[in-house]
Every structure is written in C-alpha cells, then in structure tokens.
Design a protein around this ligand. Sequence first.
Ligand code: SF4
Length: 703
Amino acid sequence: TRVVQEFDKVVDTLCPFCGVGCQTSVAVKDNRIVQVDGRNGYANENRLCVKGRFGFDYAMSKERLTKPLIRRDDAPKTGDLDLRGVDPLTVFREATWEEAMERAAVGLKKILDTRGGQALSGFGSAKGSNEEAYLFQKLVRLGFETNNVDHCTRLCHASSVAALMEGVGSGAVSAPFTDALKAECIIVIGARPTTNHPVAATYFKQAAKRGAKLIIMDPRGQDMMRHATHSLRFKAGSDVAMLNALLHVIIEDKLYDEQYIQANVSGFEALKAKVKDFSPEAMADVCGIEASVLRQVARTYATSERSIIFWGMGISQHTHGTDNARCLIALALITGQIGRPGTGLHPLRGQNNVQGASDAGLIPMYFPDYKSVENIDIRNAYENFWGQTLDPKRGLTVVEIIDAIHDGEIKGMYVMGENPAMSDPDQTHAREALAMLDHLVVQDIFLTETAWYADVVLPASAHAEKTGTYTNTNRQVQIGRPAIDMPGEARQDWELIVDLANRLGLGWNYGHVSDVYTEMASVMPSLKHISWDRIEREGSVIYPADGPDTPGNEIVFSSGFPTSDGRGRIVPADLLPPDEVPDAEYPLVLTTGRLLEHWHTGAMTRRAGVLDAIEPRGIAAMNPREIARRGLHQGDMVEVETRRGTVEAILRADREVADGMVFMPFCFNESPANKLTNPMLDPYGKIPEFKYCAARIAPMAKQ
Ligand code: SF4
C-alpha cells in the first residue's frame, strides 16, 4: 500500500475479471475506489482492458447486500419468478448475523440428519480466492459428508481438463500465454481473446506483428483475424472433422516427430488408423474449409520450429468438447510441439480463479491437486489429515445436481458467489430446481437471480475488500489485497464458511487467510516451495517451483508427462454431430458467449456504470444478410426461440456471425440466453452444449 497525495492510498492488487490475472494499482479516496491502473505484472506489463480499468465501481454499488436476509414464510418460490421491480423486503426480512447463520446451519443439518449427506450439495465460485475454494470444498466434504461440490469450471473448461488429465496428466496449461511471443506459429481456436482475454490478445497481436504465423479458427469472425495469416471460419460443430484432417495431413506427409513419439507418446498407431479417412478433401465440405487451406495450416503448424495452441469455450462447450480437446492434444504430441518455450497447449481460462479453484479441489471427483476421491489410498490420507471418514464416491457435477434436485434426491444447497439461475443451461429447468429445494443458503455480494430463491442470504465480501491468492490461466499464484472496507454488516467469505463449519460441529480454528493457505499448500505438491510469505513478498509465483528461491517453471513437460507411465496419451476422436441440429422447425444455430464489457452472468459488470452504459441491453446478433433475408432490421425487437423457451432481445447486425446462426450473450437477465440453451452434456467433462442448439427467430408481435 502506497500513499499518493491526491488519494488516501494506492493498493497493489489484481483485476477481478478474468483468467489473465492482470496486476493492478487501485487508488482509494474516502473508502471509494477512484482509479485503477495496470502494474508491471508478469501477465500484463502495465496493460489493462476496459473491464479492469473501468469496471471497478460495482463494489461500491448501492445494490450491495449489507445485512443478512431470511426469506419470509409467505414468500413464494416458483421457477418462473419475475422479480424485476420487486422490493427485496417483501420477499426477505433483515436478520441478525446470529439468527441468519443459525438458520443457515440448522436447515442444512436437518437435511443431513434426516436424509444423509447425498441430499446436500454446494456450488463454490471461481471468482473467490484459493483459500475460499479450499475451505468451501472441505466444508462440503466434511460438514455435508458428500462430494457433491462443484463450480462454474463445469460450464467452461471441464472437457478440456478431462482431455488434458487423460492425455498429459495435468489440467493446467503447459506454457504461459506470453510464450506466444516466442512462437513461430500460433493457433487460436474457439476463443475470442480480444473479447474475453483482452490483455492476452495484445501478446498474440504483438507476436503476429513480429512475424509469427497466426492461425485463427472460429465459426464466427473476429477482430484478431485482421492480424492473422490464416483465418478458418469453419462450420460450427465440425471441429473434430477439421482437426482430424490436420492430423491426417501431418501423418500423410510424415511431418510428425518420430523420435519424440517413440520416447514420449502412446496411441500413435490408433490415431493413424482413425484419421486415415479424414483427408482434407473428404472433410472440406463437412467443415467448410478448402482442402488446400487445411493442408497449408497442418504443414505450417507441424514444420514451424515452435508452435503453440490456445483454445477457449468454442472447443470445450460441446457434447463432443473432450473430443475436440483430444484432437488438439494429439496435434501437439505427434509433432513434439510441447515442453519447449514457444510451444504447448494453453486452454485460456475464463474466470479470474477458475484454475486455482479447480486446483484447490472445488470439484466433485478430486481432492486438491486432482487427486481422485475414489482412490482408497488418497482418501485414507485425507481422512487422516482431516480427521474424518469421507464419502468414497465421486460427487455430482453442476447440471447433474440440478437434475438430482428435480428427482427429489438433493434437498439442500449452499451457494457461494455462483449464479446458477443465470449460468446453467435450460434456465427454466435450473430455476425450477432452485425453487424446489427445502433449504438454500446463498452467500454473495448482490441479491443475484439465484439469491432470490434463497432461504437465507449472507452478505459477503467483494474482491476489492479481501486478502487472498488467485491462480491465473498461466499457473501464476498471485496475491489480491484489500483496498476498501466492506459495506454495512457484510463479512469476509472465508469467515462465513468457517462460521458455518463450526455450527455444523467441525471445530475449525483459522486465525487468518494465510493459515488456510498454509494448510492447503501442505497437501498440494503443486504449491511446494510457494509459501504464503513468498507470495506476499514476490506478489506472483508460477507453479511448479523447484525451490523456495528459484522462480517457478513457466514451461512444463520438458521431460515426459505426469502420467502413470510418463508418456503422453493420444485418444483418437470420432466425428459426432452436435446433440440438437437445425431442422425445418428450428432452422438456425444458436451459439452463446460473452461480450467485452460484460463478465459471465453480469452480476458485477451490469452494476459497473461505464460497462453497463456501453452494453446496456440484451442482444441477438445475426449476419446482416441473414437479417435482410428474413425481412428484419437491425434494432428490431425479436423473439429467439428454442425447444426450451423464448427470449426477447434487440436484433443486432454483426458480420462476424455466420449465416444461419444467432449469437446471444448470457449476461442479460432481461434477455436470458440460457433459457434457450441445451443442457445435454459431454460424457467426460459433463459440460453442457452452450455453443450449439437449434433455434428460430421472429419479430416480436407489436403490443
Ligand atoms: Fe482484467 Fe482480464 Fe481485462 Fe486483464 S484482461 S484487465 S484480468 S478483464
């Protein structure tokens, strides 16, 4: 913390908005943030995007929760609640902390005692710190006696992690995004970095300017294509066809690295057999890319000295998301484009701490550091460490939990900083589930769409009000520091988890966030040599580190993989169609995503004045040709409809959207795109198909 004349103080902390993890300086006057600047962090070198620079005022919003709330006995809970304009105090009454915490704990305990731990569940958050994630999963595993704990990683990169764990033995990136500057060839597929990872995008553009070959693959056009040597606007859902065609060319032309494969890779023969039928000529029509372009791209990637692949949710949010990622892993493994500077695999992580929250065990199948809950030796070690018998079965994932509520199996839930009423697919189904719960405790900074369904609402701390560590997409563990005080009676999230744990009889005793970090790090080999003191001193340390004084390793897999036999494993992928394809009734493809100005469900950015002023209303974007063909006009109010519901939005003309496609962002509660999306899951990552479903569009009937 520094004192600067015109400010009361300037605090060195982090941007709360995305996995890039930009380091910031936050200037404070009279307990209000008045300015945010970029610092010279490893991931941002003084840069910030519009969210980081201008999105800070959400923390000071008048809508912040300042007192605990308890639901009124006569307040209805229905799946189609329309609460716009409703006074919260007609649904809730204010309560003391003692009453609210006791109500929260008693409701959960009653379900535990009468129906057992499998009737309980918890959604933590990738917005929270590592320490909060660790405590939350520990509370669910010990206090609720179940592994039914998950968070929004299930909705973004779960399929990437499933493929990476299977293929290279680790779900994290093999190289930081800044290594784009060392690459000769950069593939960006299914990602829109200028929108969703804007500061990372500056490194990609910089690399292209220095002469790197930049290959963008995306069914939608995008800004970065102006900087690309190759732009492949392939047909939505045809990822495996296109990627298998690239693998086919590399094998046919013998551009693979035989020596590397022999020493480090298994499954090459099976891949060879699988991609034999995927010639570029055979796949050109399937994926909509000319065979000659596919051949050129395959050769560029394979023959460049250093090639690196970045991907986003265009790859992962499909029912074949794991297969998509398997193809990318195969590309890197057969060419040996991994384990060296300027090479590797990098799933661009979405939320600011989705890497850290997953690492900390906030997922139903793994303890911290991806140790299986079903492995008896590991479970015994945790039972000894935590002093309690643990659930031997993997828990349910986000969408499975919603389904289990519908089936009457789950009756109680604790949600910290997550907003499933907006983020889950088939929103009506998800909201009906929330309404069906016997007991829902929501801990948040705003009365989110989810919190309206709660029995008890616990006002918590914003990012700018707390100390904690966060792990960005590069594996950099960084420290966030408090800049302003919490409003009203709001409390620290970690203290609330501990309070609830103790009311459930766990007898926890942590004096400071650093105590939580130290306990967590003691069971996570990935954090070896990265003590709390070191993070405080250095501000950011990349894992894994070889010693307490040596910098962390930016590049991993230089000598083999952390798999059982030390080899990378290729799993060939088949071409499978999306779950729901367009037909005569629903002739369009609906795809969803984010906008530059808004983050995820909009809980924070829609309360940030500048950001919401730039993008204030829900849109449906279509290509101008498609709009004209339908006799519509930009600015019309339209209804977008799928088999799951209808949503009103303003029609926007956007040349980046392919013919036959509608794009909707999912952050607008007045135009909730997830009311339309398909909840069908990828069988491995259990991620829903947010990127593809059948839809139709019609002008809104005049009132
Ligand atoms: Fe924040 Fe991400 Fe923008 Fe950096 S790139 S300022 S972390 S939103």
